[in-house]
Design a protein around this ligand. Structure first.
Ligand code: HEC
Length: 142
């Protein structure tokens, strides 16, 4: 079979993921959704300080972690529960999320860090308004 490209490649990869029999049973994302997720993940403008992105603590170039014993978030406050940042690599396939396993799936986890006072400390309404005001994001969602 020749190497698939473009839309054929997208379909090929989605079928591959579906057929793996993995624990993740949610929707398979499109390439555009993945690109949008990447933009948001790396964007410190989402945080109230404009300094902290998901990548600050879950650095994708450092195996998805920050290499400090207590995660440091908004206002440079160390995590009050003495927690460090677990890797985000493949976390979509974890049976449970967080060190204490309190969330069963990534969907439940996703909104937490944005508003968490010791992480990005941002009001979700402000985040939404900010994102809708940035032309790059408006275009990415078209
Ligand atoms: C200030 C550092 C910090 C920032 C910023 C941060 N996180 Fe985290 N993250 C943590 C810590 C610490 C934990 C573990 C918390 C716990 O177990 O209660 C965690 C847990 C997680 C987990 C669970 C992984 C697992 O294996 O259990 C995921 C997924 C995750 N974060 C994704 C994100 C995303 C997406 C963002 C951006 C929207 C983000 N984080 C921003 C520190 C951070």
């Amino acid at each position: 079979m020749p190497m698939p490209t473009g839309k054929v490649l997208d379909k090929y990869l989605q079928d591959k993921v579906r057929n793996l029999g993995l624990s993740y049973k949610g929707a398979v994302l499109t390439k555009a959704q993945i690109e949008l997720g990447k933009m948001l993940y790396l964007d410190p403008r989402i945080s109230t300080s404009y300094l902290i992105s998901c990548n600050t603590c879950h650095n994708l170039g450092m195996a998805g972690v920050d290499s400090v014993s207590r995660a440091v978030g908004d206002g440079w406050k160390p995590n009050p529960h003495f927690l460090n940042s677990p890797t985000v690599y493949n976390s979509v396939f974890n049976a449970v999320q967080f060190w204490d396993g309190r969330a069963t799936h990534l969907d439940e986890q996703a909104k937490g860090p944005i508003s968490n006072p010791v992480e990005m400390n941002a009001d979700p309404k402000v985040v939404e308004a900010k994102i809708n005001s940035i032309p790059g994001y408006v275009k990415a969602r078209e």
